[in-house]
Design a protein. Structure first.
Length: 556
């Protein structure tokens, strides 16, 4: 038997035998489970089986109760009705001591990493063993360093979480989750907020970890491509029930549910096309029209932070009345570009022009005036909790001294156009995430900006809400005649609504094309990003590695 398939003893309860793989005896089983918050049933008759050694992915809309499912699966909460069986035992019948012992056989990888800020990477990973076993510190360290090396973190053992990138934190939390050799690992949105290349990396990391440690995985995910890449079994949570479960073939086959159709509508749009690329170099989709200035123009923009050269000669046109989406890996400089456009940063070299005026020529008063023509829609909506939705929307008008009657009329007009009238008197905590996003857009649009900048508008949203947000952006474009600039990691969204997609790689715009044009760009940096996780993406990765090796040899 290969080493990675040898069952590993759970170090937190070494005397408890591992649950054997048997299709007739699922390691976790939920039977007619009901769970309420107040009088509202969030889960309303859930039946679900988790099988040993397999990866089960659960898809569902935001707020459907997916995270609550994970809490039921590790005994952190008990059902109001129905039964949850874990390792063959009903959680209702277990004492607190027995529940605690059972949880030692299950670990959780949190969406927010949940690392201890004051501890080094080495100490964070060692924590489950140092706190719960009598193993010698030297033996614990050997296991820690083995895991860190496997996950490409050998040089990070003495760093603090604050010194790590998001992808590195994800790997550290995975190392901590598996160091005790658990039988089950529960993953809460493991790829949320990551760029496509890092998503593919995390997917491969999860596969390798599952095989090497022989674990059973349950993954809550909104990433459909990742689901296809990882899952042995798929479950769909809808209206408080599991409406479909089984293999991918069974759930995504001809008898798939309407929700599955919506969730997976975009999967395949970014698959490799058979037509060969044109071989032409990347170019801007809309070259300068001498009769019409672009809304935003960056020319040869450089920005350094100490020794870190973040922007390395960015050239970009944002055409009037169009939707431009900037894509690129985490840390590639997308947010830095946004800050240059609104004048929060000044370029070290090159020029940024907004509405035809160089930002570097503006004094503080002129910068403030320029910013009144730009609307910002933040990733988290950034509404004021103590105000109603209507008060949030009208807030910028009162800040500008608009009289109460005029402000009320303008607010009502914008809220009616964006379908917010029914929730006008509610506070943000009383409305859905999608409604908060729409309120954030209404607040941005109320001052009649000429440009709206969106920061990761669909991050962390399920496919249904992502499409709703996309429709909202397109609708605002049509209703208010604005120009839109979107920073995003969401490839389906970018290809669905953008007129122009600009690819930022290591501080340089390597392509700016229409969606169809970007698919034809031969540059392997582009193809690796937009096809990440597919055969085409891996081929581009190999080409980049070969190019790097050839460059190294040439320089030698």
């Amino acid at each position: 038997m290969p080493d990675q398939q040898i069952p590993r003893k759970n170090l937190l309860c070494p005397d408890v035998p591992r649950w054997e793989a048997d299709p007739s005896r699922p390691v976790i089983r939920l039977v007619d489970v009901v769970k309420r918050y107040g009088d509202r049933p969030v889960l309303n008759g859930v039946n679900l089986e988790i099988h040993t050694g397999l990866t089960t992915v659960v898809n569902g809309a935001s707020g459907s109760g997916k995270s609550l499912l994970l809490k039921l699966m590790n005994g952190l909460t008990l059902p109001d009705e129905g039964d949850v069986f874990i390792f063959g035992e009903n959680t209702r019948d277990l004492t607190n001591a027995k529940l605690l012992e059972m949880r030692k056989r299950i670990t959780m990888l949190f969406q927010s990493y949940a690392l201890l800020d004051s501890m080094t990477v080495e100490q964070n990973v060692a924590f489950p063993l140092s706190e719960n076993t009598s193993l010698p510190w030297r033996d614990i360290l050997d296991r820690v360093h083995e895991l860190l090396a496997m996950l490409g973190l050998a040089d990070a053992s003495q760093k603090l979480p604050s010194q790590l990138s998001g992808g590195m934190k994800k790997r550290v939390s995975l190392a901590r989750a598996v160091i005790s050799n658990p039988e089950i690992v529960l993953f809460d949105e493991p790829t949320t907020g990551l760029d496509p290349i890092m998503v593919a990396f995390v997917d491969d990391m999860l596969k390798e970890t599952r095989e090497r440690f022989n674990i059973t995985s349950v993954i809550i995910s909104h990433d459909m491509s990742s689901t296809l890449n990882l899952s042995d079994r798929l479950a769909i949570l809808e209206d408080g029930r599991i409406t479909a479960q089984g293999t991918l073939r069974e759930v995504l086959g001809p008898k798939r549910t309407p929700l599955v159709d919506i969730f997976y509508a975009d999967v395949g749009r970014l698959e490799v096309e058979e037509a060969a690329g044109t071989g032409r170099p990347p170019q801007l989709l809309w070259p300068r029209d001498p009769n019409e200035e672009p809304v935003v123009e960056l020319t040869g923009v450089h920005k350094n932070f100490g020794t870190q050269h973040v922007l390395r000669g960015v050239d970009l046109l944002v055409p009037r009345g169009k939707i431009t989406t900037i894509i690129g890996g985490s840390g590639s400089g997308k947010s830095v570009i946004m800050k240059h456009i609104i004048g929060l940063m000044r370029a070290d070299a090159g020029e940024v022009s907004v509405f035809g005026v160089p930002v570097s020529s503006l004094n503080d008063r002129e910068l403030r005036q320029m910013r009144t023509t730009i609307g910002m829609v933040f990733q988290g909506a950034a509404l004021l909790d103590g105000m109603t939705i209507a008060q949030n929307v009208s807030f910028p008008l009162f800040e500008r001294g608009v009289d109460r009657k005029s402000a009320r009329e303008q607010t009502e007009e914008v809220m009616e156009k964006l379908h917010l009238t029914e929730i006008a008197h509610r506070i943000p905590s009383e409305v859905s995430a999608g409604q908060r996003k729409r309120a954030g857009l209404a607040r941005a649009i109320i001052t009649k900006p000429r440009l709206i900048i969106y920061d990761e508008p669909t991050t962390g949203q399920d496919p249904v809400l992502s499409r709703t947000l996309d429709d909202m952006i397109v609708e605002a474009q049509s209703l208010f005649g604005v120009t839109s600039l979107i920073v995003s990691h969401d490839m389906p969204s970018a290809f669905r609504i953008a007129d122009q997609i600009a690819m930022l790689h290591e501080g340089v715009i390597v392509a700016a094309e229409s969606p169809d044009g970007l698919r034809e760009v031969d540059d392997p940096r582009v193809r690796r990003f937009i096809y990440a996780g597919s055969d085409e993406g891996r081929a581009a990765e190999r080409q980049l590695e070969a190019n790097a090796a050839a460059g190294t040899q040439a320089s030698a």
